[in-house]
Design a protein around this ligand. Sequence first.
Ligand code: UGA
Length: 715
Amino acid sequence: VCGLFFALGSVSSKKLVVFTVASENNDGYNRFIDSANLYNIKTKILGLNKPWQGGNMNGVGGGYKLNLYLEALEPYKNNDNIVVLLTDAYDVVLLADSTTVLNKFIEFNSSIVISTENSCWPNGKLADQYPTVDQNGYRFINSGGIIGYASQLYKLLSEKPIKNLADDQLHLTNLYLNTDLREKFNIKLDNYAKLFQNIYLAEDDIKLKLVNKSYVLENINFNTQPAILHGNGLSKMTFNSYTNYIPNKWSPESGCNTCYDNNLDLSTLKEEDYPIVLLSIIVDKPTPFFDEFLDKIENIDYPRSRVFLSITTLVDYHKEQVDKFILKIGDKYNASFVFHKTVEDSIHARHLSFSLCTSKSCDYLFYIENEAHLDNPQTLKILIQLNKKIIAPMLTRPFKAWSNFWGALSSEGFYARSHDYMDIVNYNKTGTWNVPYIGSCYLMKGKILENKYNRPSYKGNNLDYDMAFCKSLRDKGVFMYIDNHHTYGHLIDSESFDITLKNPEVYQIFENRYDWTQRYIHPEYTDNFNPDKKPAEPCPDVFWFPIVTEQFCKEFIEIMENFGQWSDGTNNDTRLRTGYEAVPTRDIHMNQVGLEKHWLEFLRSYVQPLQKKAFIGYAHDPPRSLMNFVVKYNPLGQASLRPHHDSSTYTINIALNSPGKDYQGGGCHFLRYKCKVTDLKIGWMLMHPGRLTHYHEGLEVINGTRYIMISFIDP
Ligand code: UGA
């Protein structure tokens, strides 16, 4: 009778009131409130800033919520026009306005509607007592979402007391399974997610759909558009991912709608008013291109008077570079601290920077590991302006899908690829994304470190420090964000970095191509391809291109001299299959220093494109070369090379040092053309045909040592 009576009411005569419980004003709470505000739905928060008395929510508990609800319903106990929605806060968002919610509720023809899920929790034995449900509807109660007339809810919850620590879901289940009560209150379950969608064990049922240029949530099993979304139980990370898009968070048309809502503005601040930042650099493994890493640290655009610098060096390999860096820039910052620790201390070292941050009353801790290259000097400022508790700039390994965040979490807590991971990594979707894992570099507010006993921690059961850290943030309900509105930088791949080699970066052409190119390819290299630019041609069909940097030349010579086993310049050469060299030089072959495959890649990537420009119509893919070697000319050993042909289609000859400065004399003489190239430029490459027309000799070095890199291509 009651049900009939209430169902007859029209929406216009009803009013929706929302009650939720939140003991803490945390990220989840704020997300809930934002969604309510979006739909102009007024919400009454119960238990805010009071100790949570509902027990540990990883197991049974939550009776406290029902007691708070009962207390809050008391003033409405005789009101039949008020419809009350009781909902969890931390893992819930509203997806519709009051009218929609009321309409959906009224369609149930019921006094109380309870949300459902696929698992009968916490007491699975009660499953059989539930009515069966057609079409695979969700059969079991979830206590995170209840809606009903105020008077009826009050009466239902008054039926039986519940202890704060007892389980609210079990309590509600027992009330519902009591058929007398079920009928008395005309309780119905929302088996088809008309109002409530609980995500756990229903992940495959839901989908985002674009409607009028923005996303709505659709249950594709039941063709419904739920009005309340709940990341119950173990579905919190999936839920977080959905809430990057809904309600009204992100759309293909407008991008991120709320990312800039609460941003800080640093542009109007005077230097002395800038937030205080502890810049905590953790050097925890030998990593290539570390000098460049430090340069980028130095380039961070932020008032240095507001920065405390902490560098923790956990590996000896980089100690000298760090010392030099400190010497160079240390006193420009507020203060500097350098620790040299052993690896066992790496977790402790990280925690130390928390204490350091609080002891300096820092507003932010900017954490950077040495694989994180901040190419964008504005990174720190941008991150501060985004105003999150913890946020990472998206960094990727160039040309790879590897990044410093995870889009999703597997059930075991490891990496899982989210539906949008590739879109985010590739900047097809840009915004500030709530994700379950961030690493390598992030900015956190000093606030989350203030309470010594409630800090995030890098220490966790059998977990790597980074995973433990993110887990502790997740457990605390702190949202981690990754931002890809801007490009910030990239990650170095240090996995195969072999520090036993001399100048090991030279060997990194495959693993860290981007950095390799930055360090070693001549800054004017790309100019070679400018269609308006004709390559220099110092002698007929001898082309001349800038190709590698001076640093490349220097490091290359060092690798050769460190190896030191120059050939003796005689015709007998055991390195060759035939054992005989007709035109011998004093040289070292690439395969003697482990650089053969690297060099072939260099020929393919950087030399061949130039060859195609110089000698149009010739292409042999990939270029082949059996003879790749560095030649050393000096008056004490071999000073010159007699006229000869090369066994190549074309030859390249890169000057590794400078005439006039490093040596006197030298150069290349093309006899047929009576043409000499002697004003060689370091890092520049000569390219000429090997045979017939380009009979040539190496001119005498009178003083000093001349080094050149030679390849006989397509012999
Ligand atoms: C699931 C159900 O969704 C809950 O409705 C139910 O109370 C709980 O199981 C149970 O029966 O134990 P779950 O999603 O795992 O809950 O739990 P939480 O979301 O962590 O907690 C439920 C709600 O209680 C929170 O959303 C929040 O509104 C409130 N809460 C919890 C606090 O206000 N403070 C706390 O410290 C913990």
